[in-house]
Design a protein around this ligand. Structure first.
Ligand SMILES: Nc1nc2c(ncn2[C@@H]2O[C@H](COP(=O)(O)OP(=O)(O)OP(=O)(O)O)[C@@H](O)[C@H]2O)c(=O)[nH]1
Length: 252
Protein backbone atom coordinates (compact mmCIF):
# COMPACT_ATOMS: atom_id res chain seq x y z
CA UNK A 1 0.00 0.00 0.00
CA UNK A 2 1.03 3.59 -0.51
CA UNK A 3 1.51 5.97 2.35
CA UNK A 4 -1.04 8.78 2.12
CA UNK A 5 1.32 11.51 3.25
CA UNK A 6 4.18 11.17 0.84
CA UNK A 7 6.16 14.32 1.24
CA UNK A 8 9.34 12.38 0.73
CA UNK A 9 8.42 9.81 -1.82
CA UNK A 10 7.94 9.53 -5.51
CA UNK A 11 5.13 7.58 -7.06
CA UNK A 12 4.72 6.06 -10.44
CA UNK A 13 1.35 6.07 -12.08
CA UNK A 14 3.14 6.46 -15.40
CA UNK A 15 5.71 4.39 -17.20
CA UNK A 16 8.37 6.25 -15.21
CA UNK A 17 8.03 3.86 -12.34
CA UNK A 18 11.60 4.22 -11.25
CA UNK A 19 12.60 7.79 -10.89
CA UNK A 20 15.58 9.70 -9.62
CA UNK A 21 15.56 9.80 -5.81
CA UNK A 22 14.69 12.97 -3.99
CA UNK A 23 17.84 14.00 -2.14
CA UNK A 24 17.17 13.91 1.59
CA UNK A 25 20.44 15.52 2.45
CA UNK A 26 21.76 18.96 1.63
CA UNK A 27 23.14 19.01 -1.88
CA UNK A 28 26.18 20.79 -0.49
CA UNK A 29 26.84 17.93 1.89
CA UNK A 30 29.22 15.13 0.95
CA UNK A 31 27.53 12.99 -1.70
CA UNK A 32 27.60 9.22 -1.22
CA UNK A 33 29.08 7.32 -4.12
CA UNK A 34 27.39 4.03 -3.36
CA UNK A 35 23.71 3.34 -4.08
CA UNK A 36 22.04 0.55 -2.15
CA UNK A 37 18.77 -0.32 -3.89
CA UNK A 38 16.32 -2.67 -2.28
CA UNK A 39 12.81 -3.74 -3.20
CA UNK A 40 10.09 -5.03 -0.88
CA UNK A 41 7.94 -7.79 -2.34
CA UNK A 42 5.06 -9.93 -1.14
CA UNK A 43 1.38 -10.76 -1.26
CA UNK A 44 -1.43 -8.36 -0.50
CA UNK A 45 -1.88 -6.91 2.97
CA UNK A 46 1.25 -8.46 4.49
CA UNK A 47 2.58 -5.09 5.66
CA UNK A 48 5.12 -4.14 2.98
CA UNK A 49 4.40 -0.42 3.26
CA UNK A 50 4.11 -0.57 7.03
CA UNK A 51 7.55 -2.20 7.29
CA UNK A 52 9.22 0.38 5.04
CA UNK A 53 7.57 3.27 6.86
CA UNK A 54 8.52 1.79 10.23
CA UNK A 55 12.13 1.35 9.13
CA UNK A 56 12.53 4.83 7.68
CA UNK A 57 10.42 6.89 10.09
CA UNK A 58 10.22 4.68 13.21
CA UNK A 59 6.45 5.15 13.02
CA UNK A 60 3.52 2.86 12.49
CA UNK A 61 0.70 4.76 10.86
CA UNK A 62 -1.66 1.90 10.18
CA UNK A 63 -3.75 3.36 7.37
CA UNK A 64 -2.44 3.30 3.86
CA UNK A 65 -3.83 3.87 0.41
CA UNK A 66 -3.71 1.06 -2.15
CA UNK A 67 -0.13 0.80 -3.29
CA UNK A 68 0.96 2.00 -6.72
CA UNK A 69 4.65 1.75 -5.89
CA UNK A 70 6.66 4.40 -4.10
CA UNK A 71 10.38 4.96 -4.06
CA UNK A 72 11.85 6.10 -0.76
CA UNK A 73 15.29 7.65 -0.56
CA UNK A 74 17.61 8.14 2.38
CA UNK A 75 21.23 8.61 3.25
CA UNK A 76 22.43 6.05 5.80
CA UNK A 77 25.70 5.07 7.39
CA UNK A 78 27.00 1.53 6.81
CA UNK A 79 30.30 0.39 8.30
CA UNK A 80 31.22 4.05 8.75
CA UNK A 81 30.51 4.83 5.09
CA UNK A 82 27.80 7.24 3.89
CA UNK A 83 25.56 5.39 1.48
CA UNK A 84 22.54 6.40 -0.56
CA UNK A 85 19.68 4.01 0.17
CA UNK A 86 16.64 3.60 -2.05
CA UNK A 87 13.72 1.43 -1.02
CA UNK A 88 11.09 0.50 -3.56
CA UNK A 89 7.61 -0.39 -2.31
CA UNK A 90 5.57 -2.49 -4.73
CA UNK A 91 1.99 -3.53 -5.41
CA UNK A 92 1.18 -7.03 -4.24
CA UNK A 93 1.94 -10.20 -6.16
CA UNK A 94 -0.44 -13.15 -6.16
CA UNK A 95 -0.35 -16.80 -7.04
CA UNK A 96 -1.95 -18.06 -10.22
CA UNK A 97 -4.71 -20.65 -9.95
CA UNK A 98 -2.25 -23.52 -10.37
CA UNK A 99 -0.35 -22.05 -7.34
CA UNK A 100 2.94 -22.38 -9.24
CA UNK A 101 3.10 -19.24 -11.35
CA UNK A 102 2.82 -15.69 -10.18
CA UNK A 103 0.74 -12.69 -11.18
CA UNK A 104 3.34 -9.98 -11.23
CA UNK A 105 2.84 -6.57 -12.79
CA UNK A 106 5.38 -5.30 -15.26
CA UNK A 107 6.39 -2.51 -12.91
CA UNK A 108 7.30 -5.11 -10.30
CA UNK A 109 9.50 -6.89 -12.83
CA UNK A 110 11.26 -3.62 -13.52
CA UNK A 111 11.80 -3.10 -9.80
CA UNK A 112 13.20 -6.60 -9.43
CA UNK A 113 15.61 -5.96 -12.28
CA UNK A 114 16.60 -2.58 -10.84
CA UNK A 115 17.21 -3.70 -7.25
CA UNK A 116 20.31 -5.19 -5.67
CA UNK A 117 18.61 -6.64 -2.59
CA UNK A 118 15.21 -8.18 -1.85
CA UNK A 119 12.90 -8.13 1.16
CA UNK A 120 10.43 -10.99 0.72
CA UNK A 121 7.52 -10.48 3.09
CA UNK A 122 4.70 -12.70 4.25
CA UNK A 123 2.36 -12.37 7.20
CA UNK A 124 2.58 -14.99 9.93
CA UNK A 125 -1.22 -14.76 10.10
CA UNK A 126 -1.69 -15.62 6.43
CA UNK A 127 -0.56 -19.02 5.19
CA UNK A 128 -1.42 -18.09 1.63
CA UNK A 129 1.06 -15.20 1.72
CA UNK A 130 3.72 -17.65 2.93
CA UNK A 131 3.02 -19.88 -0.06
CA UNK A 132 3.68 -17.03 -2.48
CA UNK A 133 7.29 -16.68 -1.29
CA UNK A 134 8.82 -19.67 -3.07
CA UNK A 135 7.35 -18.79 -6.51
CA UNK A 136 8.26 -15.16 -5.87
CA UNK A 137 11.86 -16.11 -5.20
CA UNK A 138 11.90 -18.24 -8.39
CA UNK A 139 10.61 -15.25 -10.27
CA UNK A 140 13.43 -13.05 -8.91
CA UNK A 141 15.86 -15.81 -9.91
CA UNK A 142 14.54 -15.82 -13.45
CA UNK A 143 15.20 -12.10 -13.70
CA UNK A 144 18.66 -12.48 -12.12
CA UNK A 145 19.68 -15.96 -13.24
CA UNK A 146 23.29 -15.74 -12.21
CA UNK A 147 25.13 -14.79 -9.10
CA UNK A 148 24.37 -14.17 -5.49
CA UNK A 149 21.04 -12.53 -4.70
CA UNK A 150 21.01 -10.80 -1.33
CA UNK A 151 17.60 -11.50 0.23
CA UNK A 152 15.93 -11.56 3.60
CA UNK A 153 12.67 -13.27 4.47
CA UNK A 154 10.38 -11.36 6.83
CA UNK A 155 7.44 -12.90 8.65
CA UNK A 156 5.50 -9.78 9.59
CA UNK A 157 2.70 -9.21 12.14
CA UNK A 158 4.44 -11.15 14.86
CA UNK A 159 2.34 -9.22 17.38
CA UNK A 160 -0.71 -11.23 16.26
CA UNK A 161 0.42 -14.46 17.89
CA UNK A 162 -3.08 -15.80 18.43
CA UNK A 163 -3.79 -15.57 14.72
CA UNK A 164 -0.54 -17.26 13.73
CA UNK A 165 -0.81 -19.62 10.76
CA UNK A 166 2.89 -20.00 9.98
CA UNK A 167 5.15 -21.40 12.72
CA UNK A 168 8.52 -19.70 13.14
CA UNK A 169 10.42 -22.89 12.22
CA UNK A 170 8.68 -22.93 8.81
CA UNK A 171 9.83 -19.41 8.18
CA UNK A 172 13.35 -20.38 9.15
CA UNK A 173 13.29 -23.49 6.97
CA UNK A 174 12.11 -21.54 3.94
CA UNK A 175 14.70 -18.83 4.47
CA UNK A 176 17.46 -21.44 4.68
CA UNK A 177 16.21 -22.92 1.41
CA UNK A 178 16.34 -19.51 -0.26
CA UNK A 179 19.77 -18.78 1.15
CA UNK A 180 18.97 -15.82 3.37
CA UNK A 181 18.14 -15.12 7.01
CA UNK A 182 14.66 -15.15 8.51
CA UNK A 183 13.32 -12.28 10.61
CA UNK A 184 10.03 -12.28 12.46
CA UNK A 185 8.93 -8.72 12.85
CA UNK A 186 6.06 -6.53 13.82
CA UNK A 187 5.81 -3.28 11.92
CA UNK A 188 3.08 -2.40 14.38
CA UNK A 189 4.95 -2.93 17.63
CA UNK A 190 8.67 -3.11 17.16
CA UNK A 191 10.91 -0.68 15.34
CA UNK A 192 14.15 -2.37 16.41
CA UNK A 193 13.27 -5.74 14.86
CA UNK A 194 12.29 -4.11 11.58
CA UNK A 195 15.41 -1.99 11.56
CA UNK A 196 17.64 -5.00 12.24
CA UNK A 197 16.13 -6.83 9.26
CA UNK A 198 16.52 -3.96 6.79
CA UNK A 199 20.00 -3.03 8.01
CA UNK A 200 21.14 -6.62 7.61
CA UNK A 201 20.08 -6.56 3.97
CA UNK A 202 21.65 -3.13 3.40
CA UNK A 203 24.96 -4.45 4.75
CA UNK A 204 24.77 -7.48 2.49
CA UNK A 205 24.06 -5.39 -0.58
CA UNK A 206 26.72 -2.86 0.29
CA UNK A 207 29.31 -5.59 0.66
CA UNK A 208 28.22 -7.21 -2.60
CA UNK A 209 28.62 -3.87 -4.37
CA UNK A 210 32.08 -3.46 -2.89
CA UNK A 211 33.69 -0.16 -3.82
CA UNK A 212 31.52 0.22 -6.90
CA UNK A 213 28.00 1.21 -7.64
CA UNK A 214 25.15 -1.17 -8.50
CA UNK A 215 24.15 0.95 -11.48
CA UNK A 216 27.45 0.17 -13.16
CA UNK A 217 27.13 -3.55 -12.45
CA UNK A 218 23.97 -3.79 -14.54
CA UNK A 219 24.95 -1.14 -17.05
CA UNK A 220 21.92 0.90 -16.02
CA UNK A 221 21.26 4.55 -15.86
CA UNK A 222 23.40 6.58 -13.52
CA UNK A 223 22.56 10.21 -13.10
CA UNK A 224 25.38 12.17 -11.56
CA UNK A 225 24.32 14.80 -9.10
CA UNK A 226 25.23 18.26 -10.46
CA UNK A 227 28.00 19.94 -8.59
CA UNK A 228 26.82 23.06 -6.80
CA UNK A 229 29.11 25.73 -5.43
CA UNK A 230 29.26 25.81 -1.66
CA UNK A 231 27.66 29.19 -1.02
CA UNK A 232 28.73 29.42 2.62
CA UNK A 233 32.33 28.85 1.63
CA UNK A 234 32.09 31.37 -1.23
CA UNK A 235 30.62 33.99 1.11
CA UNK A 236 33.34 33.34 3.70
CA UNK A 237 36.08 33.77 1.13
CA UNK A 238 34.44 36.88 -0.25
CA UNK A 239 34.29 38.43 3.24
CA UNK A 240 37.96 37.47 3.78
CA UNK A 241 39.08 39.12 0.57
CA UNK A 242 36.95 42.18 1.32
CA UNK A 243 38.36 42.61 4.83
CA UNK A 244 41.98 42.21 3.61
CA UNK A 245 41.30 44.90 0.98
CA UNK A 246 39.85 47.21 3.62
CA UNK A 247 42.91 46.58 5.84
CA UNK A 248 45.39 47.32 3.07
CA UNK A 249 43.41 50.46 2.13
CA UNK A 250 43.53 51.79 5.73
CA UNK A 251 47.27 50.96 5.94
CA UNK A 252 47.98 53.31 2.99
N1 LIG B 1 -1.16 -6.15 13.68
C1 LIG B 1 -0.37 -5.74 12.70
N2 LIG B 1 -0.89 -5.14 11.62
C2 LIG B 1 -0.04 -4.74 10.64
C3 LIG B 1 1.36 -4.93 10.74
N3 LIG B 1 1.93 -4.43 9.61
C4 LIG B 1 0.93 -3.96 8.86
N4 LIG B 1 -0.27 -4.14 9.48
C5 LIG B 1 -1.60 -3.78 8.96
O1 LIG B 1 -1.84 -4.60 7.82
C6 LIG B 1 -2.55 -3.86 6.83
C7 LIG B 1 -1.76 -3.89 5.54
O2 LIG B 1 -0.56 -3.18 5.70
P1 LIG B 1 0.22 -2.58 4.45
O3 LIG B 1 1.52 -2.08 4.91
O4 LIG B 1 -0.64 -1.65 3.71
O5 LIG B 1 0.41 -3.91 3.59
P2 LIG B 1 0.93 -4.07 2.08
O6 LIG B 1 1.61 -5.36 2.01
O7 LIG B 1 1.68 -2.86 1.67
O8 LIG B 1 -0.46 -4.15 1.30
P3 LIG B 1 -0.74 -4.12 -0.32
O9 LIG B 1 -0.60 -2.70 -0.77
O10 LIG B 1 -2.14 -4.64 -0.41
O11 LIG B 1 0.20 -5.00 -1.01
C8 LIG B 1 -2.73 -2.45 7.38
O12 LIG B 1 -4.02 -2.38 7.95
C9 LIG B 1 -1.68 -2.33 8.46
O13 LIG B 1 -2.07 -1.47 9.49
C10 LIG B 1 1.88 -5.55 11.91
O14 LIG B 1 3.08 -5.76 12.10
N5 LIG B 1 0.96 -5.94 12.85
Amino acid sequence: MRLIDQTRTMTSGSSNFLLVPIPEYPVLDCVPTKNVKIVVLGASNVGKTALIVRFLTKRFIGDYEANTGALYSRKISLDGEQVSLQVQDTPCVSLQDDAEGLYCQEQINRSIYWADGYVLVFSITDLHSYHTIQPLYQHVRRIHPSGNIPIILVGNKSDLLRARQVPAHEGEALAAELGGPYFEASARENHEGVRAAFMHLCQEVSRALGGGNGEKRKGGLHLARPKSPNMQELKRRFRQVLSSKVKSATAL
